[in-house]
Design a protein around this ligand. Structure first.
Ligand code: AHG
Ligand code: MN
Ligand code: MN
Length: 353
């Protein structure tokens, strides 16, 4: 006879049932559940603001994923008819993704300053909605690949406001070592979020049937050496000698590396994380400081790579040691398997003495 309220002393039982060939996991580790557990484990006095912020980011990413999957039908392909601060023509999906990120982040009550690739100036959240986090993001990465259905993504990094009180100029120009959490979404054959909050890297796949990101790739690590090099060989004439020598060496011998280049940083970095190897976007004549932007492409990807046991360098020092002077500052980047990155840095050093 049950008297009073029976507390559930039993452990949470997980089981899966097969229903019309679809197994429903009754105890799946969703991204939200994972973040809450991480907060309890690592941030005892945590206010839950980071959880709230990441939940808003998930909403933006789910909406962008839905738009990407419908782009062809909803006439979201093609250009939006204007040029962004980078001087690149803006695609309709760029605009939509940017609006989604800005609106979801502003309404999270956990952010105070937003830095977007698509906005020349930083966006200050209205005072009554401000929280303690600064978010840098590339709402749609790989725009040139939208219309040909090649994988694209979104990239983000989260910093804390560096002091109490009013925001001050330069608050967003922090070292990568101040990153609190960072990650990316890949809109590929499936939609995946890869995230780190400083305790390793985890991958979550969007399960459209429940609209949740579910943990599918726990504790992702980058192998110490790979067999793939990734760089846009079209610019070979414009690389420094060291990069020419290194790339040439990857093609020589009886056991050459494979070459892979997708042209969406998120896709090239995700493949490097999963399979190992090296991704490079060095300085070229057209981009003497490299093309990729420090705050919302290089730093988030470097953070993920270092958390996964890999390396990310600008050719001289770790990307995460950089302190940008401008919002849209660019940097050369060499990232991936530790030994592969060390190899290219050794060749660069040899040429620079
Ligand atoms: P975005 O679409 O956000 O401007 O980023 C494009 C970037 C990056 O995704 C990719 O690695 C690089 O541009 C490719 O540049 P190239 O076409 O010069 O190789
Ligand atoms: Mn990009
Ligand atoms: Mn972009």
């Amino acid at each position: 006879e049950v008297t009073g309220v029976q507390t559930c002393a039993l452990p949470i039982l997980g089981y899966s049932i097969t229903m019309a060939q679809e197994t429903i996991d009754t105890n799946c580790m969703t991204l939200t559940r994972f973040i809450l557990a991480e907060q309890k484990k690592h941030a005892k006095g945590g206010t839950g603001d980071l959880t709230q912020l990441l939940s808003s980011l998930q909403s933006a990413i789910k909406a962008v994923s839905a738009a990407v999957r419908r782009a062809g039908i909803s006439q979201l392909f093609g250009v939006a008819g204007d040029v962004n601060v980078q001087g690149e023509e803006v695609k309709k999906l760029d605009v939509l993704a940017n609006d989604l990120f800005i609106n979801m982040l502003r309404s999270s009550y956990a952010s105070c300053l937003l830095i977007s690739e698509e906005n020349e100036n930083e966006i200050e959240v209205e005072t009554e909605r401000q929280g303690k986090y600064i978010v840098t993001f590339d709402p749609l990465d790989g725009s040139s690949n939208i219309d040909c259905l090649v994988s694209i993504g979104s990239i983000f990094a989260i910093f804390k406001k560096p002091h109490e009180g009013q925001l001050a100029p330069g608050d967003s120009l922090q070292s990568g070592r101040q990153i609190v959490a960072a990650g990316y979404a890949l809109y590929g054959s499936a939609t995946m979020i890869v995230l780190s909050a400083g305790h390793g890297v985890n991958g979550f796949m969007l399960d459209p049937s429940i609209g949740e990101f579910v943990l599918t790739d726990p504790e992702m690590t980058c192998k110490p050496r790979g067999k793939i090099y990734s760089i846009n060989e079209g610019y070979e004439e414009h690389w420094e000698e060291a990069v020419k020598e290194y790339v040439k060496s990857k093609k020589q011998g009886s056991n050459p590396y494979g070459g892979r280049y997708i042209g969406s940083m998120v896709a090239d970095v995700h493949r490097t994380l999963k399979y190992g190897g090296i991704f490079m976007y060095p300085a070229t004549a057209a981009n003497p400081s490299g093309k990729l932007r420090v705050l919302y492409e290089c730093m988030p990807m470097a953070y993920i790579m270092e958390q996964a046991g890999g390396l990310a360098s600008d050719g001289q020092k770790p990307i995460l040691d950089l302190v940008p002077k401008k919002l849209h500052e660019r940097s050369p980047i060499f990232l991936g398997s530790r030994e592969d990155v060390e190899d290219v840095l050794a060749v660069i050093k040899k040429h620079r003495v």
